[in-house]
Design a protein around this ligand. Structure first.
Ligand SMILES: [Zn+2]
Length: 432
């Protein structure tokens, strides 16, 4: 390994204390989403840190995005450091929001307590640890390779946990993720330091409503029960749809392996009377339900199309209709995200793979996420397909009580990120 590259990796090791305190500072800003607290505070914190390192900073509020209000403005930060000559731009994108704390904590969720090699707190793993690792990697790279070509960008973006519309989607719409502006994107989500996440499955959410006719519950034959109609839909799903989905295979290396197929979740089911208030002590009224609603969450594969996913459900409903007198339904599509998978020979993939090999002396695992993350917006709105998720942390810890991130894992992944920067933005040979 070239001496300067060796120095870079040693320098990251030497910045261990800085990495720890940076992660703690980020965790101590409680950027809960919903509702979207303290976004401006964390953006200003990142601004003041990166401005001192010579980054040009833009603070961008996603005006008019879902959730944006004067009380909870959707702030984002993009920091850009130009190299000494023209070249490509490598962008590290991290979301700044964290999910609700929930129950079962034994540590202060916003304390950032360091115990041994672990830093505890909501968002340590998902994904302030990844953000901190990318900052340390970029800063050390810039210090040791001031002659680099192109640009390094670091962004902190809002609302990933609620769809990313006040964050990456908004920025992509404003042109921040076009292939003309950004050539490589790494999203430091917690996928484990030796795994490269190439993309995610697709999503199709819809609401099915069946209609009936209201009547007195003592004489159901005078009405038409919407819940029984929906029962027929569920029954048809059990006999035909679920087995068919489970039989589909994919070239997508989805983890966990149980998600390496098409799946459908029945997200909610409501029929008849509304749920009473918790303190209501009376009895329910005797009524035949005239409406039943079911929300379904269908996750699909790169081998399937959104149109196919939709028509499977329509065909199923039409089959029930043809077999069942008085069956009436409505289908409302709620949300759709296309599956995405970056090619294994894309430059950002091969350079991170080579970096994992150099830093950790092992070949990476290539994975695909069962659920979506901000890559969807970079891919579809930004039209930038050279994008992966790579970062420290154990995915299973995300959103859990006593969430933590390992300091050694952050250092190793920061080394990988810095090694990839050397490959992508300098002429230095990195073969050993
Ligand atoms: Zn995340």
């Amino acid at each position: 390994m070239a001496a300067r590259l060796e120095n870079l990796l040693n320098e990251i090791e030497a910045r261990r204390d800085d990495l720890i305190s940076l992660t703690q500072d980020l965790v101590r800003i409680p950027t809960l989403n919903p509702p979207g607290d303290f976004y401006h505070d964390i953006c200003v914190y990142l601004q003041s840190r990166l401005e001192r390192r010579g980054f040009a900073i833009e603070l961008i509020r996603a005006h008019g995005a879902p959730g944006d209000s004067d009380k909870h403005p959707r702030w984002n930060v993009i920091a850009r450091k130009e190299g000494s000559q023209p070249g490509e731009c490598v962008h590290f994108n991290s979301h700044i929001d964290v999910v609700a704390v929930g129950h079962g904590w034994t540590k202060d969720p916003f304390g950032g307590e360091l115990v041994g090699d672990k830093i505890y707190g909501r968002g340590t793993c998902d994904m302030k640890g990844g953000l901190a690792a990318s900052i340390i990697a970029a800063e050390a790279f810039i210090d040791l390779y001031p002659d680099f070509a192109g640009a390094v960008e670091i962004s902190g973006t809002a609302d990933e946990e609620t769809g990313g519309y006040g964050g990456v989607a908004y920025l992509a719409e404003k042109g921040y993720f076009t292939p003309e502006r950004v050539q490589h994107v790494i999203i430091p989500e917690p996928l484990n330091k030796d795994r490269i996440c190439l993309g995610h499955r697709g999503v199709w959410w819809a609401e099915i409503e069946t209609h009936g006719h209201i009547a007195h519950g003592s004489m159901p034959f005078l009405g038409d029960c919407a819940v029984r109609h929906m029962g027929a839909v569920v029954s048809e799903m059990e006999t035909s749809l679920f087995p068919m989905l489970a039989s589909r295979t994919t070239e997508m290396p989805v983890v966990p392996e149980g998600a390496r197929q098409s799946t459908l979740n029945i997200n909610s089911f409501h029929g008849g009377l509304e749920e009473p208030e918790k303190d209501f002590t009376g009895f329910p009224a005797a009524l035949v339900p005239d409406s039943c609603r079911m929300v379904i969450d269908r996750r699909y594969l790169i081998e399937e199309s959104g149109e196919q996913v939709r028509s499977e459900i329509v065909d199923l409903l039409e089959k029930v209709k043809s077999e069942r007198p008085k069956f009436r339904y409505d289908l409302k599509e709620l949300w759709q995200v296309s599956p995405t998978m970056t090619a294994k020979d894309a430059p950002v993939v091969t350079s991170v793979a080579k970096a994992i090999n150099a830093v950790m002396r092992q070949d990476p695992d290539y994975v695909v996420s069962p659920g979506t993350y901000d890559q969807k917006h970079i891919d579809r709105i930004g039209r930038m397909h050279n994008c992966i998720a790579y970062g420290p942390g154990v995915l299973d810890l995300a959103h859990q009580p006593d969430e933590w991130v390992g300091v050694t894992d952050m250092i190793d992944s920061a080394k990988v990120m810095a090694h990839a920067l050397v490959q992508l933005l300098t002429d230095e040979p990195t073969d050993q």
